[in-house]
Design a protein around this ligand. Structure first.
Ligand code: PLP
Length: 311
């Protein structure tokens, strides 16, 4: 419908790209792109901790596959050198990684891509709508909006619609996806109500950067107060704040005690994260007030002392 076309145009404008194509989810966008773009003569270089949907999308294509160590630029460079024998190279990475709240070194990745004539693809599900001064994402945060070729992202996380995904980038690429991307061709498009809510969310973000700025301030408030209280928070400047505890049982009982105090945070342990790296993942939202954040830090401090996570 025309509302779908309008939303595609709005997404492209938001990301300052030429065109965009909608999918029912970002999982579908990731399933469709690699197979449509890459042939057996090409190569894809993927961060070892990329999201499952990127891994599955890459499995569906016949390109030569390289997996580089998580955010390790030396390893990426070695793999890019090896991949020079192929026709085309595509580096694929999450812009922000959800388990540790860490952000891909996109400046370095783009420099290497330039040096070795590669394209850069980022999955912005954990960045769209809140990272960067205007919430454009990791490429805006790190000043490489003109260097990243392809963005896939979701309408279902920060944009609040609970469903929907897209690819945005150069027009010829989007034209190709409309002809060749299987989840686009062989699946229903988004329900109109979801299109309406995503469109409104983008309007709010494009009218003013107040939401993105307030997310950054709240994230900073939580991270610095928790660190001062003696906790270790993984990652940097990301509203996903993993409170690192190590022990799986400690993470579970502390999360339960936090819930008893009315604070909904989730304990993660093996096999979702590596052994010995159990944590409670806190997600800061734009609707939290400063008082909410302070109450959360106080509750963590109390619960942490009770269970011996703090002295
Ligand atoms: N990519 C990343 C990095 C994600 O975290 C997710 C969702 O968890 C997806 C893709 C899939 O997004 P969607 O829920 O729109 O299918």
């Amino acid at each position: 419908q025309s509302i779908h076309k309008d939303l595609e145009e709005k997404i492209a404008r938001f990301h300052q790209r030429e065109d965009a194509i909608l999918y029912a989810s970002c999982f579908d966008a990731n399933a469709g792109i690699f197979e449509a773009l890459l042939t057996p003569e090409d190569a894809v270089l993927s961060d070892e901790l990329n999201h499952a949907s990127i891994i599955d999308g890459i499995r569906l294509c016949k390109a030569n596959k390289y997996r580089y160590k998580h955010m390790d630029m030396k390893d990426l460079e070695a793999k890019l050198q090896d991949a020079q024998k192929h026709r085309l190279r595509l580096v694929a990475t999450d812009g922000a990684f959800s388990m540790d709240g860490d952000i891909a070194p996109l400046r370095e990745i783009c420099q290497l891509a330039e040096k070795y004539n590669a394209l850069v693809f980022i999955d912005e599900c954990h960045a769209t709508g809140f990272l960067g001064p205007n919430g454009r994402g990791t490429d805006e945060l790190l000043g490489v909006m003109d260097k990243v070729t392809i963005i896939n992202s979701t309408l279902g996380k920060a944009l609040g619609g609970a469903a929907g995904g897209y690819t945005t980038g150069p027009k010829p690429l989007i034209d190709l996806l409309r002809q060749r991307s299987r989840p686009y061709l062989f699946s229903n498009s988004l329900p109109p109500a979801v299109v309406g809510s995503a469109s409104k969310a983008l309007d709010l973000l494009m009218e003013s950067n107040a939401i993105a700025q307030s997310m950054a301030a709240k994230t900073q408030r939580f991270r610095s107060k928790m660190t001062a209280a003696g906790f270790t928070i993984s990652g940097k400047d990301h509203p996903i704040c993993p409170v690192m505890l190590g022990d799986a049982r400690l993470a579970a009982v502390m999360a339960e005690d936090m819930l008893n105090r009315g604070i909904y945070v989730i304990g993660f342990s093996y096999p979702v994260v590596p052994k010995g790296k159990a944590r409670i993942r806190v997600q800061i939202s734009a609707v939290h007030s400063d008082e909410d954040i302070d109450r959360c830090v106080e509750a963590f401090t109390e619960v942490g002392r009770k269970h011996g996570a703090l002295p």
